[in-house]
Design a protein around this ligand. Structure first.
Ligand code: ATP
Length: 355
């Protein structure tokens, strides 16, 4: 049992609030991604969980026990940094076995556990090679091996794939998730890359200026973003926002944008008059001949399996992900239609989703 619970966690550096009132639970054996742009407080949150930074408020519980003020070495946690310093003069075997050697584990037991770990990571064929000549992906596997050989209850990873090139990253994302499926260690993974987070995590905490804006499964966060910030951060290209002005009664199913009446999911609350934004993912936009919502082709980007077509409308640019079997000419007039059940509605000023 290695549930991590973060309760009203707060960290100030002088006057600056780096983490503000964060509360979430990482269930035993699950994988959480802390996602957000540079400076939003991900690393600080992770360092507090690890015991490398003391919170200025709130609590951290590991398997139900309050460890808020316990030293890092007294928490059964392994921290994998981005630039994991391998010992360059040692071979792979010695690098992976080092933490066990430091703990005084008997030689035969070290050999057994290093070989078992290397097999799990598919690096058993390079155990006797020096680490200095290894490629990036193998170095990262050795670093992971060194972290998992101790069999910690929890893993904390801070952008562990940050230095790898795109191709290796993709492979490692898959490998990390497969490794997690095999060893089921509770994991907190810091990344600014939404694709990594979506591909690996059971739950994602999207952070913004020290605040967890939304906590949920990748699908919940993608389909029902809690704010325009989350909607914009997740998805590539991001969600389109079509601004309009209006108030809407409770139970409304139509938003009026200019002369167009756009169907949307039934509103559960009344919306006071003001600036609103309709949110629609590019894959839920269709181009049709007749629609009161009109625009002109602004550009297109061919992606092989599909294309991203940008349309200039009165409410701004709208991107559509469309089949690549038809070309469009710039300036060509088009009508827009949306999958009404997939629309989101936001209060534009606060960015908050209206449900
Ligand atoms: P990055 O990916 O760039 O590391 P992050 O989301 O992990 O971003 P943090 O490293 O947690 O962000 O930093 C959050 C904020 O706290 C930043 O503005 C940073 O400058 C500030 N900060 C972090 N550590 C300290 C410190 N020791 N003293 C003062 N400010 C700090």
């Amino acid at each position: 049992m290695a549930e991590i619970r973060v309760e009203h966690l707060r960290k100030e550096f002088g006057d600056f609030v780096a983490v503000q009132d964060s509360t979430f639970t990482v269930e035993d054996g699950s994988f959480l991604a802390l996602l957000g742009p540079s400076g939003c407080g991900k690393t600080t949150t992770l360092r507090m969980i690890a015991g490398l930074e003391l919170p200025t408020g709130g609590a951290i519980r590991l398997a139900g026990e309050d460890v808020t003020y316990r030293r890092a070495s007294e928490r059964d946690i392994a921290f994998v940094f981005q630039l994991f310093a391998l010992y360059p003069h040692m071979n792979v075997r010695a690098n992976i076995g080092f933490p066990l050697l430091a703990q005084g584990v008997p030689k035969a037991e070290i050999k057994r556990r290093v070989e078992e770990t290397a097999k799990l990571l598919q690096i058993d064929h390079i155990l006797d090679r020096p680490v200095s000549g290894l490629a990036g992906g193998d170095r990262q596997r050795v670093a992971l091996g060194r972290a998992i050989v101790r069999r910690p209850k929890c893993f904390l990873m801070d952008e562990p794939l940050g230095t790898l090139d795109a191709e290796f990253r993709e492979v490692m994302v898959r490998e990390l998730r497969e490794l997690h499926n095999r060893i089921h260690a509770t994991t907190v993974y810091v990344t600014h890359d939404q694709i990594e987070a979506m591909a690996m995590a059971d739950k994602i905490a999207v952070m913004n200026h020290g605040v967890v804006e939304q906590f949920g499964t990748p699908q919940e966060i993608y389909d029902r973003p809690a704010s325009m910030y989350v909607a914009d951060f997740i998805g590539s290209p991001p969600m389109n926002f079509i601004r309009f002005n209006g108030g809407l009664p409770r139970g409304a199913r139509i938003a009026r944008i200019g002369v167009a009446a756009i169907e949307m999911p039934e509103l559960r609350e009344e919306v006071a008059p003001g600036d609103l934004a309709l949110g629609v993912r590019p894959e839920h936009v269709r181009l049709v001949e007749s629609s009161p919502l009109r625009g002109a082709i602004y550009g297109s980007e061919y992606l092989g399996t599909n294309q991203i077509v940008t349309v200039e409308t009165e409410g701004g640019l709208v991107r559509a992900r469309l089949p690549a079997d038809r070309g469009y000419t710039i300036g060509e007039p088009v009508g827009l239609a949306f999958k009404s059940e997939r629309l989101s509605l936001f209060e534009a000023r606060s960015g908050r989703a209206i449900r």
